[in-house]
Design a protein around this ligand. Structure first.
Ligand SMILES: Nc1ncnc2c1ncn2[C@@H]1O[C@H](COP(=O)(O)OP(=O)(O)OP(=O)(O)O)[C@@H](O)[C@H]1O
Length: 246
């Protein structure tokens, strides 16, 4: 599905990512863990093809065997690649209904839309609100989760899906991840939280510009908690530890 081949990224001549190679599989959920500044968001932006990252990194990206390295954000979006931002955008004057249906592109009845709002913990009244600053951060995040349920992306990056939102229950995030998987989509959650990592099928721990550990989320979270929480050598991994979860 998404293949990263030797992705490197430098910011102000400082190495952020170094030859990151990984294959994200179709219909699976992933969590990317790592301390502040290890390059999780940079990797997401490289996958999305954002300005300042596309053509500024080394290596290649393949999506379903198509080389997307040179593709723009919108070309990647047409292939089904999307991202739910840590801090969701606001669009002054755009109604929730138009936002969710992309201005009517997705044909949905009022009932279908209100059912989806219910899935993310919002009552039908929100369909008639605007996606502007009058919505709270948590409400915007829920609406963004609802848009993923409608969009059914092939690949979605969830950037800190639970950040700053005390009332966003893990169950809602888990539901979005599971529904995306049921449609054959892949999710990549960028997170610091073990609870979110444990929802995933696989976890990756970034450190020192590389994937320091990958595999069972329980094992990777344990390594993250044991090593990274206390690490005083930012981006310089220390020797691996033995993991015995029994
Ligand atoms: N375009 C850029 N220009 C300059 N520095 C950048 C750029 N993009 C990223 N960086 C730097 O690269 C490092 C990695 O940033 P990134 O946002 O990817 O980390 P992160 O793992 O997502 O961190 P956090 O958990 O704090 O969100 C940081 O030191 C950041 O300041």
């Amino acid at each position: 599905m998404l293949e990263l081949k030797e992705i490197s990224f430098y910011a102000n001549e400082r190495k952020i990512l170094e030859n990151v190679t990984y294959n994200f599989e179709e219909g699976k959920s992933y969590a990317v863990l790592g301390n502040n500044g290890v390059g999780k968001s940079s990797l997401s932006k490289i996958i999305m093809g954002l300005e300042g990252y596309k053509n500024k990194h080394g290596g290649l990206l393949y999506f379903n065997n198509i080389d997307i390295t040179e593709m723009s954000v919108s070309e990647r979006a047409k292939l089904g690649i999307t991202m739910a931002w840590q801090e969701p955008v606001r669009f002054e004057g755009i109604g929730v209904k138009d936002y969710l249906t992309l201005g009517g592109k997705y044909k949905k009845t009022e009932k279908e839309l209100t059912d989806i709002l219910k899935e993310v913990g919002l009552n039908p009244f929100y369909l008639h609100r605007n996606v502007d600053k009058t919505l709270s951060g948590g409400e915007r995040k829920r609406i963004e989760m609802a848009s993923i349920l409608i969009l059914k992306p092939k690949l979605v990056i969830l950037d800190e899906p639970d950040s700053g939102i005390d009332m966003m229950s893990n169950a809602i995030i888990e539901n979005v991840i599971n529904k995306t998987k049921a449609n054959g989509g892949t999710t990549i959650s960028i997170t610091h939280r073990e609870e979110i990592a444990l929802i995933a099928d696989k976890a990756l721990l970034l450190c020192g510009g590389k994937i320091h550990k990958e595999g069972d989320p329980e094992v990777v979270s344990f390594v993250y908690k044991s090593m990274c929480d206390t690490c005083s050598h930012i981006n310089a991994p220390i020797e691996d530890i033995e993991v015995n979860l029994k």
